[in-house]
Design a protein around this ligand. Structure first.
Ligand code: CA
Length: 251
């Protein structure tokens, strides 16, 4: 199944082979078990402002900028974009509420994935839409030795949020890697779309409540139910990534 996925990727993106150098990790829902707090904070603030939403909407919006999420809620409720003031107020309320809920719990199995990636001698980068100022300190505390400040893409670096490929294209530049030299680990449909649009081999990990099919429809090359099972398969994925040549599978 892994090899089929690799061949499918190579055909689709007209590459002869993969040449692993770097892994680009999304953060919320991949490295931290924080998406439920984001979703809960969004849902409560939206409801307080009488904006129409359901809790699961925020798992579908995951990866968008705050601005785009708020405009979507205004459009569906009031058929207009939010004003700058409305946007700033709602975003601040949501961020404050998220910070009171968030307990910083690492995602189960993420440390094992990082260890495997390190053992396979690949660079590790974070590509996130999050704009928390102390992000690198938090990452260094939870996952010491894996990430550095220069090799990160955050809300401050990009103009467009996911599903635009920009965050992952910037991640490739910072990793000094071509699309067929990198892997993305993502949990959100829009994040998968962004990574696929950047032509990177994309591994989805379904750590949230959405059906698997949504991540597959977004274009995920491989799908795992959690980070632990990805860690268990990592060596096999790398071995096949390094050995599979498209010309040997000509049809
Ligand atoms: Ca995420």
């Amino acid at each position: 199944m892994i090899q089929e996925a690799i061949i499918r990727y190579l055909r689709k993106h007209r590459q002869e082979s993969l040449s692993p150098k770097a892994v680009l990790f999304d953060m919320d829902g991949v490295l931290y078990d924080s998406m439920r707090f984001h979703a809960q904070a969004w849902y409560e603030v939206a409801t307080l402002h009488q904006l129409t939403s359901r809790l699961e909407d925020f798992y579908m919006f995951e990866g968008r900028t705050g601005e785009s999420t708020i405009n979507e809620l205004y459009q569906r409720t009031l058929q207009r974009d939010a004003t700058v003031e409305e946007r700033q107020a709602i975003y601040k309320e949501k961020a404050d509420l998220f910070n009171t809920y968030n307990d910083g719990t690492p995602m189960t199995g993420a440390a094992e994935v990082l260890k495997e990636v390190e053992a396979s001698q690949l660079r590790r980068l974070v590509v996130t839409g999050s704009g928390q100022h102390s992000l690198i300190d938090k990452l260094n505390h939870t996952y010491p030795g894996h990430f550095n400040r220069e090799k990160m893409v955050t809300a401050f670096d990009v103009r467009y949020g996911k599903p635009h490929p920009e965050p992952y294209l910037m991640g490739l530049r910072k990793a000094d890697a071509k699309p067929n030299e990198a892997f993305v680990v993502e949990n959100a449909p829009l994040g998968v779309e962004a990574a696929v649009a950047a032509e990177i081999f994309t591994i989805a990990v379904n750590t949230g409540p959405l059906p698997d099919q949504i991540l597959l429809d977004a274009g995920a090359d491989l799908l795992y139910p959690d980070m632990k099972s990805l860690a268990n398969d990592w060596r096999r994925i790398m071995a096949l990534a390094k050995s599979t040549r498209l010309k040997e599978y000509a049809d």
